[in-house]
Design a protein. Structure first.
Length: 554
């Protein structure tokens, strides 16, 4: 397949030539540059490209053109290539129009003329946008194929694992009557009871594989390269990834261990709109992908999906044990395991988990909700973000919350968006008391907390966001925790001015240091942490400074 295209549009020949020259110099190796001298010519070219099935990655369009402005052109162009990135070239006086275009057409960026030098004012911006486009781009498919049943929890687990690790795949639904699914089943000489099957581009396949088996096949790192590390980070959410970036960039031998996929709970978010520096928002997957790239660039290692099951102090070292018996040695450990969504304990839920009932956003299931009624249980930001994402596919999204109003638990910007979205409704003062279905979710039973009246509602899916609980059972006997399992650190460890039990050093614990010297904690898993992505990132970065102080003192 030919390289993707960058479409440039400007009615001034000299400017159009300069744009083309700079783009070919910066991106000509991986992209074709297609110039157009007017909006009409650009639209004709786009229609031809669509017929040829040729991908367009980015529009770079001048705002001030006769007959059709850049914003007007983009509003039509994105109907033809909706996934292409949108950049507007503006004069200083066009800034207000460009800002309006962020909301009106989802403008990704605007650049003021002139853009010299391009190495500083053009290439970094476009490279970032093109990287985002490549991450979501799906060319003629040649990758992993999963053959399974639509409502199989194990098939959902594999799909979710691949999606969260930014690995493209295609799902072939045997029950949906896809001929290709039957062909692959026959090719492997398997019967439907042995599904799911995962086929790889090299012709090999795995039967009902674990996440670790899939990870090995797709090239994720599952074994450490070094015999010893300065720092081992357990958890690759925002706090763990931030710590990995800062530690590795400052020369520490750094290993990150993640049990599921980088990004943690934040990585499951369909849209984060209140993170500093991203005025049009970004998905949790994009944030995780960028952070992973940074950490790897500086030399950190990330093991996925492996689970830490114990930490053992041994003289001045710390030993981290993984499920399966492998151990890794280090000077210091940072626990950044975050939190998981609390389980819903109602009748009928266990057999339907992964078959219509999902914890978290489960973005992989959005397309299956097309034209159907789905429910989101919870009133926090994660629930709101999920509802805004699902409403693009579902016929109707109903948010169920125990509180009187979303204002008690949700950010105002999300409340405003939900209030203006026609196919989202909010049911306050209610709870789910049961779910039902034969092999897949069919009914959600909801109780009104004021009237105690119960309703059985047809449902294609239920997405659950009902509070967070820490993953700290594996260190329960090692570090001090509060009643909910969150880990104490720093000043929170002092009781009546006394150091924690077993503390043998003549100094107080550092900020973010637990009751065991050399073991630190950051992010949502920490006692009284602020449950925000920015806070977790800040704590991860800050923890590295205290780890440096610890290493200098040992």
């Amino acid at each position: 397949m030919a390289n993707p295209l960058i479409l440039t549009v400007d009615d001034e020949p000299a400017v159009l030539g300069a744009i083309g020259r700079d783009l070919r110099r910066g991106f000509g190796k991986d992209y074709r540059i297609l110039p157009a001298s007017s909006g009409a010519a650009a639209l004709e070219a786009l229609k031809t490209l669509k017929l040829r099935n040729e991908p367009v990655a980015l529009f770079l369009v001048d705002q001030r053109m006769p007959e059709m402005t850049g914003v007007a052109l983009l509003s039509e162009a994105i109907q033809i290539f909706p996934s292409a990135k949108r950049v507007l070239l503006t004069a200083y006086a066009d800034t207000e129009a460009a800002i309006r275009a962020i909301n009106e057409i989802g403008l990704d960026h605007y650049l003021q003329k002139p853009w010299d030098p391009p190495e500083e004012r053009l290439y970094p911006i476009l490279q970032d946008l093109l990287d985002d486009w490549q991450a979501a781009y799906r060319p003629a498919f040649e990758g992993i194929r999963i053959v399974g049943h639509r409502w199989s929890p194990q098939a959902h687990q594999i799909r979710d694992f691949l999606a969260r690790n930014q690995v493209s795949y295609r799902f072939l639904d045997l029950e949906g009557g896809e001929q290709e699914a039957r062909d692959y089943l026959d090719l492997a000489r398997k019967d439907p009871t042995q599904l799911p099957l995962v086929f790889f581009p090299d012709g090999s396949y795995l039967t009902q594989p674990s996440n670790v088996q899939v990870a090995e096949k797709v090239g994720l790192q599952v074994r450490a390269e070094k015999p010893f590390y300065d720092l081992i980070i357990v958890g690759a959410g925002p706090a763990g990834l931030a710590a990995g970036v800062y530690a590795a960039s400052e020369g520490l031998r750094t290993l990150i261990i993640e049990r599921e996929a980088p990004g943690g709970q934040a990585g499951m978010s369909s849209r984060i709109e209140n993170y500093l520096g991203f005025p049009v928002g970004l998905s949790g997957g994009d944030l995780a992908r960028r952070a992973v790239a940074q950490a790897l660039r500086f030399g950190a290692e990330i093991l996925t999906p492996l689970e830490a099951c114990a930490i053992r102090p041994q003289d001045s070292y710390r030993v981290v044990s993984l499920a399966g018996g492998v151990e890794h040695n280090c000077h210091a450990v940072l626990i950044a395991t975050g939190v998981s969504y609390r389980k819903l304990d109602v009748a009928g839920i266990e057999p339907l988990t992964g078959a219509g009932v999902y914890y978290g956003a489960a973005i992989t299931e959005a397309l299956s909700c097309m034209g159907k009624d789905v429910y989101v249980l919870g009133g926090g930001n994660s629930a709101g973000q999920a509802a805004m994402y699902l409403c693009k596919y579902a016929r109707k999204v109903t948010i169920l919350t125990k509180s009187e109003s979303l204002a008690e638990t949700m950010s105002q910007y999300l409340i405003d968006q939900i209030g203006t979205t026609e196919n989202i409704q909010v049911w306050p003062c209610c709870q789910v008391v049961a779910v039902d279905g034969a092999g897949a979710l069919e009914v959600v039973c909801v109780r009104n907390l004021k009237t105690q009246e119960e309703s059985r509602l047809p449902a294609a899916a239920l997405f659950i966001f009902i509070g967070a609980q820490p993953r700290t059972e594996w260190v329960a006997e090692l570090v001090e925790r509060d009643d909910q399992g969150f880990i104490f650190s720093g000043p929170d460890l002092l009781r009546d001015g006394r150091y924690p039990r077993g503390w043998q050093l003549d100094r107080a614990p550092f900020w973010l240091e637990t009751s065991v010297p050399g073991i630190f904690v950051a992010g949502d898993v920490r006692h009284q942490s602020v449950k925000r992505v920015a806070s977790a990132v800040g704590e991860g970065a800050m923890a590295v400074q205290f780890i440096h102080r610890y290493l200098a003192s040992t």
